[in-house]
Design a binder for this molecule. Structure first.
Ligand code: HGY
Ligand code: MN
Ligand code: MN
Ligand code: MN
Length: 402
């Protein structure tokens, strides 16, 4: 009998948030505990267990040949107050696949590696820290500059604690010999449910343009400062937020969100001294994100000038990627073989798989999210649908590792 529900529910207990769901940012105490749990499972499943300098956990099931590898997996870090499926399904689903392959005594030609990538959500250090290191896009020295958002610790310090607690074998970097990478994930959106499909075959993954736009004004008394003598950074911040929505809506398929505001000092009777607006723009087209970014920055600059405040910004950009047609077709034919209903669709959430696309042929399998909800405690996927997703992952991995 499939153990996936037991696996996911057990992991969901670690870092359980009293408000519901989980709060398990990367390298936090609950994340370290979750890693220990995963290592113990990997060992139980007779996987050779490694960790690299970025804290990626890697469980290897040997094949008849030394490579190239088929890799799978996802992340077990969560957003604060997130759900128990995001990322966790891809890791625990991969472990369930291994458990079943062991049970069925299946020998594959290629070795399979199950990977838990560090800080996919980027809430501790930076998005995709683990997968970028795995793919060779970050060097060991790059890792040293990161500080934990929740721990305040520089990256290697958090990492030391993690290495002491897990008894995996340390390697500097995992072999770069990966042919195919497949990730199982919850859709996190409403499309599959509304279309009545069991499986989403992911064709491409959105890119993201992030902006941290900071306005610096003059902090002052909210009662005594006349309206025409203010330099209030909240005003251009507000106009920037509205511009994100207005400019994004002009572009079909793009989405834009301001989910972060950092207000100093954030007090009722004080005109703010500084406000940072965190902007997240996503699209399957890099050009679209660029156009929205320019328009938003124009508005921010104009609004700042009118209010006589200073403005500056930092940014992060990740390219959108296309999945490999070879992997996409394999997923489709496997779904067909298993009698699952499916549709092709893009991913509008970010995934480590888009980083893995720089070193391997990649694909993703989605299962429906109830009500399309994710990054929230009531994120949920029917257990029956979870099992179908795992079954499909198993089929695809067997095909690719054959
Ligand atoms: O932000 C994302 O799309 C992903 O869940 N990290
Ligand atoms: Mn997420
Ligand atoms: Mn995820
Ligand atoms: Mn006073």
């Amino acid at each position: 009998m499939s153990q996936i529900r037991r696996y996911l529910e057990a992991l969901g207990e670690i870092g359980k948030d009293p408000r519901g769901g989980v709060s398990r940012p990367s390298m936090s105490t609950p994340d370290l505990e979750a890693r220990e749990f995963v290592v113990s499972l990997m060992k139980e499943l007779h996987l050779k267990t490694f960790y690299d300098l970025a804290g990626n956990l890697i469980g290897v099931r040997e094949g008849e040949s030394d490579g190239p590898f088929v890799t799978t997996g996802s992340h077990i870090d969560s957003v604060m107050n997130g759900g128990i499926f995001d990322g966790a399904l891809g890791v625990m689903g991969a472990l369930e696949v291994v458990r079943e392959l062991n049970e069925d005594m299946v020998r594959t030609r290629r070795p399979i590696a199950v990977i838990v990538f560090t800080d996919e959500e980027g809430n501790a250090y930076t998005p995709f820290l683990g997968s970028k290191y795995f793919a060779g896009l970050l060097r060991p020295t790059d890792l040293e500059g990161f500080r934990g958002l929740y721990s305040g610790n520089p990256f290697p310090k958090d990492f030391e604690e993690f290495s002491k607690r897990t008894k995996a074998t340390r390697i500097d970097r995992f072999v770069g010999n990966v042919a195919h990478h497949v990730e199982l994930h919850v859709e996190q959106g409403p499309v599959l449910e509304s279309m009545g499909k069991e499986i989403g075959v992911v064709t491409g993954i959105v890119g993201v343009q992030r902006l941290w736009i900071t306005f610096k004004g003059r902090q002052s008394h909210a009662g005594t400062t006349p309206m025409n003598m203010r330099r209030d950074p909240m005003i251009p911040a507000a106009r920037t937020i509205l511009a994100v929505r207005r400019e994004t809506k002009k572009v079909e398929e793009a989405v834009g969100t301001v989910g972060l505001l950092d207000v100093t000092p954030n007090v009722m009777n004080v005109i703010s001294g500084q406000v940072t607006v965190g902007v997240d723009i996503r699209s399957l087209e890099a050009e679209d994100m660029k156009a929205i970014k320019e328009a938003v920055l124009n508005e921010a600059t104009e609004a700042a000038a009118e209010e006589k405040v200073q403005v500056g910004y930092k940014e992060l950009f990740e390219e959108p990627v296309k999945c490999s047609e070879e992997v996409v077709s394999k997923i489709e034919s496997s779904a067909k073989k298993l009698g699952l209903s499916y549709m092709r669709m893009p991913s509008r959430a970010l995934h480590d798989t888009q980083v893995m696309a720089s070193v391997a042929k990649v694909g993703m399998i989605f299962v429906p999210s109830k009500g399309g909800v994710s990054h929230a405690p009531d994120e949920y996927t029917d257990w029956e649908q979870v099992e179908k997703g795992v079954k499909l992952l198993k089929e695809v991995i067997m095909e690719l590792s054959d």
